[in-house]
Design a protein around this ligand. Structure first.
Ligand code: HSE
Length: 306
C-alpha cells in the first residue's frame, strides 16, 4: 500500500479594493494535487487540463523549489515524488494561483518530510515566502481573512470577519497579467495625507462589512487609493464592467488581486441577470458566479495498492 496525499486548495481574491496586501477571501475554485512517492529520487509532475499548460515539469517547478526550501529549513530529505496537478484556477489572473501552489508545496514538504508543522506555522512560512498574507491566509484558513506580515519580526498576525452574504461574480479576461508587472505600476511612496485618507476608507470598509452594510462597504471598496488607480489601465475592460455592474446596483466592482480578473459583489437576487449580461457583452472574458470558500485547504490521505 502506498499513501497518496490528496490536497484540495482554494483560489483566493485579494485586496477587496482597499485592503492592498492585507485582505483576502477564499473562493470555491480549486487546485487539486495527488502526491505519492516513487522509487527514484526524482520528482515527476503531471499536469492535467488547460490551466496548467506551459508549467515546467523539472526542478524549476515552483512547488519543487518551495518544498525543497522548506525541507532544507527543517533539515529533512524529501523522497522522489509523483505529483499530479489539476486546476480550476487560471494562472496569472489575480486569483491566487501561485499562493495555492505555494500552500500545496508547504503541505507536501510537511507530510513527506514528516515535519509536523501546525497551521499557524504553515501560515507564517507561507507569508514569509509570499511577502504578504492576503492570498495565502484565506487559502489556508478559508473565509475572509485580514492580516499583517511584519517584515522585521517575520511574524504574521491574522484576524477574521464573517463572510459577506453577497454573491460574487468573476470576470476573467483571456490575457494574463503577471503580478510583478502589475506591482511595477504602483508608486513607491505616498504622502502622509494620502495614507491617512486611504486608511480611513479601508477602516470604514471593514467596519461596514462587519455590520453587513454592503452598500457602504462597496462604496468604500470603490474608493481605493492604494492600487486600483494605478492598475486600471492594464485592464481595458475594467471601467466598462464596473459601469455595467453599477447599472445592476452591484455593491462594488474591484480588481481581484493584481488583476486582470474583475470581482463584483452584488445582492443575490440580482447576480444571475448581471452574470448573464456580462457573458453576453464581454465575450472576450469568462464571467461566472463563484461562491466563497469557508474551509480553506483540505488535505487527506488515500491508500492505493502498489
Ligand atoms: N496584494 C497583491 C497585489 C496580491 O495586489 O499585488 C497579488 O499578489
Amino acid at each position: 500500500m502506498k499513501d497518496v496525499l490528496h490536497l484540495k486548495i482554494p483560489a483566493s481574491t485579494a485586496n477587496l479594493g482597499v485592503g492592498f496586501d492585507s485582505i483576502g477571501m477564499a473562493l470555491n475554485k480549486f487546485l487539486f494535487l495527488d502526491v505519492t512517492t516513487n522509487d527514484t529520487n526524482e520528482w515527476q509532475f503531471h499536469h492535467i487540463g488547460p490551466n496548467l499548460e506551459g508549467l515546467p515539469t523539472d526542478t524549476t517547478h515552483y512547488i519543487y523549489q518551495i518544498a525543497q526550501k522548506v525541507a532544507k529549513k527543517f533539515d529533512v530529505q524529501l523522497p522522489g515524488l509523483n505529483i499530479e496537478m489539476r486546476s480550476e484556477i487560471p494562472l496569472a489572473r489575480g486569483l491566487g494561483s501561485s499562493a495555492s501552489a505555494l500552500v500545496g508545496a508547504l503541505y507536501i514538504a510537511n507530510y513527506f518530510g514528516d515535519i509536523e508543522l501546525s497551521k499557524y506555522e504553515l501560515l507564517q512560512l507561507a507569508t514569509e515566502f509570499e511577502g504578504h498574507p492576503d492570498n495565502v491566509a484565506p487559502t489556508i484558513y478559508g473565509g475572509l481573512v485580514l492580516g499583517y506580515y511584519n517584515p522585521e519580526t517575520n511574524v504574521t498576525d491574522v484576524s477574521y470577519i464573517d463572510i459577506p452574504q453577497v454573491d460574487c461574480i468573476l470576470t476573467i479576461p483571456s490575457y494574463e497579467l503577471k503580478t510583478e508587472a502589475s506591482r511595477e505600476a504602483l508608486p513607491s511612496n505616498f504622502s502622509h495625507k494620502k495614507a491617512v485618507q486611504y486608511s480611513a476608507i479601508s477602516n470604514t470598509m471593514i467596519s461596514a462589512l462587519i455590520q453587513h452594510n454592503y452598500s457602504l462597504a462597496g462604496k468604500m471598496m470603490e474608493q481605493d487609493g492604494f492600487h486600483e488607480p494605478y492598475r486600471q489601465h492594464l485592464i481595458p475592460q475594467f471601467q466598462q464592467v464596473k459601469a455595467m455592474a453599477k447599472s445592476f446596483q452591484a455593491y462594488a466592482t474591484v480588481i481581484s488581486g493584481a488583476g486582470p480578473t474583475i470581482l463584483t459583489l452584488i445582492a443575490p437576487e440580482k447576480s444571475g441577470e448581471l452574470v448573464r449580461t456580462l457573458k453576453r457583452e464581454f465575450n472576450d472574458c469568462s464571467s461566472e458566479l463563484v461562491t466563497i470558500n469557508v474551509t480553506g485547504v483540505k488535505s487527506k490521505i488515500l491508500y492505493q495498492r502498489d
